[in-house]
Structure formats: C-alpha cells, structure tokens
Design a protein around this ligand. Structure first.
Ligand SMILES: [Zn+2]
Ligand SMILES: [Zn+2]
Length: 161
C-alpha cells in the first residue's frame, strides 16, 4: 500500500516537471521563431536592411515583407482589393535609414540580387537610385510606376518561381 502511494506521487511529480519542461521548450521555440521573422508573401526570412513595412488604415494592421519586390506586390494586391494603406516604410539601400516607401526612388529589375526576382531596391534620393543602377543595372522608377500593370505582372510571375 505504502509503496504504491509513493510511486503514484513520484509519477505525478514526473508529469508536472515534464509539463514545465514542455512549456519552457515551446516558449523558447516561440522566441526563436519571433527573432527569425518570415515574409508574409513568400515566406523568406526577413532581412532588416531590405524589409518593407506596410500599415493598413483598418485597425492599423502592420504587414512586413522581405524586400521591396514583395512589398510592392502586396501593396498592389491591397490596392486592387480596395484595402487602404496608411503608411509604408522601407530601408534606404545605401544608408539603411527607414524612409517613406510611398515617396521612394526605386531601382527596378537590377542584376544585383539579394532576395526576390525581379530585384527592387528603394532609395531616399533619386541620385542614389541612379548611381546604384549605373553600377548594378536596372531601371529607375517612381513609386507610382512600380504599381503599373506591366510591373505588377512581372512581380506576380516572380512570386510563382
Ligand atoms: Zn517576400
Ligand atoms: Zn524578397
């Protein structure tokens, strides 16, 4: 009788410690996942110097993408569905400064590829976008031009690859 009591007590202790261990492990795993954020659109890991953040008017929902290619593709999808955008930020490729993406200057379809294809980089100054293009190829575009139907098609094709 006595022995049975002890073993059930020990077993219960094992179960409790096991649960604590599991909870601990899963929260550890969660933290690791949070550190390595993935793009909402293509699931690539996010590189801070390329990331684009889009804030939607509704509920101020923030969406993060891996690079200006996915940023523009998702922005076009939002606009098509009539989802209003409050603001968008990206990193100036030369300085790393977080800038207004909607007023950025872009190097489109550059030979220099760091994330998605067609590769797109954003700059605060038009001169910097042009300097980048003269070295790495590509085409200069304003934010509006980036949302044109022709570019949009290329972006959607790029996502399928
Ligand atoms: Zn992406
Ligand atoms: Zn990307």
């Amino acid at each position: 009788m006595e022995g049975n009591k002890v073993s059930s007590f020990t077993r219960r202790r094992f179960v409790i410690w096991g649960l604590i261990f599991l909870v601990g492990m899963s929260s550890y795993g969660f933290k690791r996942k949070a550190k390595k954020e993935r793009c909402l659109l293509c699931s690539k890991y996010i590189k801070p110097h390329l990331a684009v953040d889009i804030v939607l008017k509704k509920k101020k929902i923030k969406v993060r993408t891996c690079c200006p290619m996915c940023g523009s593709a998702i922005e076009a999808r939002f606009r098509e569905k009539g989802i209003e955008i409050e603001s968008a930020t990206g990193s100036d490729y030369y300085t790393g400064e977080r800038i207004n993406y909607l007023k950025g200057h872009f190097a489109y379809d550059s030979k220099h590829i760091e994330c998605c294809v067609p590769a797109i980089y954003v700059f605060k100054k038009k001169e910097d976008a042009e300097k980048f293009i003269s070295r790495n190829g590509g085409q200069y575009m304003t934010h509006d031009e980036l949302l044109s139907t022709k570019v949009r098609k290329k972006l959607e094709e790029g996502l399928k690859k």
